[in-house]
Design a protein. Structure first.
Length: 268
C-alpha cells in the first residue's frame, strides 16, 4: 500500500458526512444476519433430529425382535463368506416344526457348520429371525445416519456461533458508527500450512491505518482482492468489527466480518 494517503470517496459512494448510504439501515442489516443465522441453526437442529429419528426407526425392528422375540436353540446349516456379503443358514424349531432362515453376518464372526446358536424369531412371522450377535442391520447404513447427523449438528453449531457473533458486531457498530476508509483485501497466497483468511488493510481518512483479518463467515472477502483501495466503511472494534465495502453501483454495500489483528483502536 506504500505511504500514500487514502483517496477521497466519491459523492455517489458516501454521504456528505462520510457515512455510508442509509447508515442506520446498514447497521440494522447486521442484526438481520444474526437472526438469519439463528433460523438456519434451528432448522439444522430440526434436520439433525430427523436424521437421528430415522436411525432409531431403522434400528428399532432389530432391537424389538431381540427384546420381544422367541429365543430357541438353532443349528448352522451353512456359512457363506465367498460372495463378499457373509451369511448363515440356520434351522430352528417353531411349535414342533422345523423352520429355516438366512441371516446376514455383520459381526465379523466365523461360524462352524453344524454348530449351535441361539435364534430369535418373530412369533407372528417365524421366518423373520436373527441371532444375539447378528441383527440383520447394515452397519454402513447406520454409519451413514451417524455421519449425516453429526455433520448437520456441526453446521448447526457453526450457525449458532455465527448468530451470536453477528449480534455482538451489531452492538459494536451501533456503539461506534461507521468510519469512512479505503480497504485492500490481501488473500493468503500461495496455499501453505497455517493458511489463514484474507487480511484487510484499512486506511482511514485521517491517515491512520488498521490491519484487520476477515473472520470465518459466508460473507467472504477473497473475491474482492482484485480491486485495491476499495471505498469502504469500518465499524466496531477489537474482535467485533465489520468492513462495509462499496460495490460502486446501486447495490447495497457488502458487509464482511473482521477482527483487528492489533487490538487497541476503539472507534467510539
Amino acid at each position: 500500500m506504500g505511504e500514500e494517503t487514502a483517496s477521497p470517496l466519491t459523492p455517489e459512494e458516501t454521504a456528505p458526512d462520510g457515512t455510508p448510504p442509509d447508515p442506520a439501515v446498514q447497521i440494522a442489516r447486521l442484526r438481520v444476519f444474526g437472526r438469519r443465522a439463528l433460523v438456519i441453526a434451528l432448522l439444522l437442529l430440526v434436520a439433525a433430529g430427523g436424521v437421528f429419528a430415522g436411525l432409531i426407526v431403522y434400528e428399532h425392528p432389530a432391537r424389538a425382535l431381540l427384546r420381544d422375540g422367541v429365543h430357541v436353540s438353532g443349528k448352522v446349516l451353512w456359512f457363506d463368506d465367498l460372495r463378499g456379503a457373509q451369511a448363515i443358514r440356520v434351522s430352528y424349531d417353531v411349535g414342533g416344526e422345523p423352520s429355516y432362515a438366512t441371516i446376514p453376518v455383520t459381526s465379523g464372526r466365523r461360524y462352524i457348520v453344524g454348530g449351535t446358536l441361539t435364534v430369535i424369531y418373530d412369533p407372528a412371522n417365524p421366518s423373520r429371525a436373527r441371532t444375539i450377535l447378528e441383527d440383520r442391520l447394515d452397519g454402513r447404513v447406520s454409519g451413514l445416519f451417524w455421519i449425516l447427523g453429526l455433520f448437520v449438528l456441526t453446521f448447526a453449531g457453526v450457525s449458532l456461533v455465527a448468530s451470536v457473533r453477528w449480534r455482538r458486531r451489531h452492538r459494536a457498530v451501533l456503539r461506534t458508527g461507521w468510519r469512512p476508509a479505503v480497504a485492500t483485501v490481501s488473500p493468503d497466497y500461495p496455499v501453505r500450512r497455517g493458511r489463514h483468511l484474507p487480511d484487510i488493510l484499512v486506511e482511514y481518512r485521517d491517515g491512520s491505518r488498521a490491519e484487520l483479518r476477515a473472520s470465518m463467515s459466508c460473507h467472504g472477502s477473497t473475491y474482492l482482492w482484485h480491486r485495491p483501495r476499495r471505498p469502504a466503511w469500518v465499524g466496531g472494534s477489537g474482535r467485533d468489527m465489520v468492513v462495509l465495502f462499496s460495490r460502486g453501483d446501486r447495490r447495497r454495500p457488502y458487509a464482511v466480518p473482521a477482527f483487528d489483528r492489533k487490538p487497541g483502536l476503539d472507534l467510539g
